[in-house]
Ligand binder design. Sequence first.
Ligand SMILES: C[S@@+](CC[C@H](N)C(=O)[O-])C[C@H]1O[C@@H](n2cnc3c(N)ncnc32)[C@H](O)[C@@H]1O
Length: 282
Amino acid sequence: MLSYRHSFHAGNHADVLKHSVQSLILQSLKIKDKAFVYIDTHAGAGCYDLHSKEMDKTGEYLEGIKRLWEADVPAAMQAYLDVLKNLNSDDEGKLAQYPGSPLLGKELCRPQDRLLLSELHPADFVLLEELFAKDRRTQVHRVDGFSQLKGALPPLERRGMVLIDPPYELDHEYADVVKAVVDGIKRWATGTFAIWYPVVHSDDVDFLERKFSNSGLPGTLQIELNVLQRNNRFGMTGSGMIVVNPPWKLEQQMNELLPWLVDKLAQSPEANFKLRWLSPPR
Ligand SMILES: C[S@@+](CC[C@H](N)C(=O)[O-])C[C@H]1O[C@@H](n2cnc3c(N)ncnc32)[C@H](O)[C@@H]1O
């Protein structure tokens, strides 16, 4: 059941989109001194070796973060790229390691902030636990991320974000993310919920768009980056983030960033992006 390993995919175009959006949300939370919580329901291993045997098989990062490694990135990507550069500073400036969402969270959160991570895979959980062993701000649990989220809301801090990034290996995970957010917003109306999704089958993307549009949620922004023309047959052609209660500047930041990302990450002339409100901000 738990066959997905993110080490095969780390640093690909989908990670670049997800981690750019995650970084922008965290940066916006830091505008106020007041502490916030970062909740990562499907955390993965936390950090990835780009020269591992898994990565040798796919080389997905070569069409992802590697294309940005030496580029002059827009200001909106600077915090994310700074974490990446620091992580690789010992390796003669070569891109050798990639930070997963928990490590990005670790680096971008402040001493007063709190992190709550869940990961079910036994091997990835051990790696994640080791990475955070000395971080007193962080709790790492080997539990179902959806259940942990339920128990964690509303957070004491009343400010923060939730990243929901399941592998979508099981069909019900599409319905699970919708339920987690609809229930989550009932418990924590002002929280920012960021949901990642793959663009593989149109039916699944249509399902998410319909559910997020019709569930009575507060402002919900859809951000999608397609590096290939959608074909419904040959794997992931793009990915998206659905952000409920986004920071007010996120739409404008993504409006500027997405054309640049399309230009850098395109794998065919049909590459494109989508940026729209599934539910308008109130
Ligand atoms: C896409 S990966 C996460 C990548 C990570 N968020 C990042 O951006 O670096 C999804 C992870 O969810 C884990 N997982 C699957 N089902 C889970 C569940 N119900 N609760 C917690 N983790 C789960 C998988 O083992 C996998 O490591």
